[in-house]
Design a protein around this ligand. Structure first.
Ligand code: UDP
Length: 195
C-alpha cells in the first residue's frame, strides 16, 4: 500500500475492504503479524514516546483510524480513501471468523468485560469460536502465565484491549512467543461490545 508519513509514522492509505483483505492474508500466512489502528491521539503520543513510534513503524500495517488521521493525510497531499476504525475492522473480522474457522482471543479490559464481549460476539456472529478471554489487569509476574493461556487457546487472532500505548508495547514485546497469526491493539472495543 501507499503509506503516508504522518508525524513520522507510516500510515497505510487503505479502505476498510483492503484492510480486511490484508488482515485475512496475515491470518492465513500464520506469520505473527500485527496491525495498529492509528488515531490522531496515538500519532501525537508517538512523537513523544519513541518506543511507541518505533513499534508503529515496524508492525505489518498501520490503518488510519479517526477523522484526524484521514484529514492529516489529505492535508499532506496523499488522499486517504476512508477512515478504518479499529472497532469496525474488528467487527468485520469477527463476522468473517465463523466461515473461515478463525479462533479469536479477547485479552484486556476490566474483569468481566471480555466475557460479556464474548457473549455479544456469539450472539452477533453465530458459530464464532472465542478461544479464550483474559482481563487486562496484571503484573509483570503474571505475564508468563498470560502468554501460556493464549498459546494453549491457539487463537488465529489476538485482540488486545489494554489502551494505548500499553497494548502496542505488550503485543510487540510478546509477539515472537505468542502462538497467534495476527495481533491487533483494539483500545475500547471490548468495552463497547460488552455495552
Ligand atoms: N485497560 C486494561 N489494562 C490496563 C489499562 C487499561 O485492560 O492496564 C483497558 C481498559 O479497561 C479499557 C481499555 O484498556 O477497556 C482502554 O480503553 P480506552 O478506550 O481508554 O483506550 P485508548 O483510548 O487508549 O485506545
Amino acid at each position: 500500500f501507499t503509506t503516508v508519513d504522518i508525524l513520522g509514522i507510516k500510515v497505510a492509505s487503505v479502505t476498510m475492504c483492503q484492510a480486511v483483505e490484508a488482515a485475512t492474508h496475515f491470518i492465513e500466512a500464520k506469520n505473527k503479524s500485527m496491525i495498529a489502528t492509528a488515531n490522531a491521539e496515538m500519532l501525537m503520543r508517538a512523537t513523544k514516546d519513541n518506543e511507541l513510534g518505533e513499534i508503529l513503524n515496524k508492525v505489518n500495517l498501520v490503518v488510519p483510524d479517526g477523522a484526524g488521521t484521514v484529514w492529516a493525510s489529505n492535508y499532506l497531499g496523499v488522499p486517504m480513501p476512508e477512515r478504518v476504525a479499529g472497532f469496525d475492522l474488528v467487527q468485520k473480522l469477527l463476522a468473517a471468523a465463523p466461515q473461515k474457522g478463525w479462533r479469536i482471543f479477547f485479552f484486556g479490559s476490566a474483569p468481566g468485560v471480555a466475557e460479556k464481549a464474548k457473549l455479544k460476539a456469539m450472539a452477533d456472529y453465530p458459530g464464532i469460536q472465542i478461544a479464550g478471554v483474559r482481563n487486562g489487569f496484571f503484573t509483570l509476574a503474571d505475564e508468563k502465565k498470560i502468554v501460556e493461556e493464549i498459546n494453549i487457546a491457539k487463537p488465529d487472532i489476538l485482540l488486545a484491549a489494554l489502551g494505548v500505548p500499553k497494548q502496542e508495547k505488550w503485543l510487540y514485546t510478546h509477539l515472537h512467543e505468542l502462538n497467534c497469526s495476527l495481533a491487533i491493539g483494539v483500545g475500547g472495543t471490548l468495552d463497547v461490545m460488552a455495552g
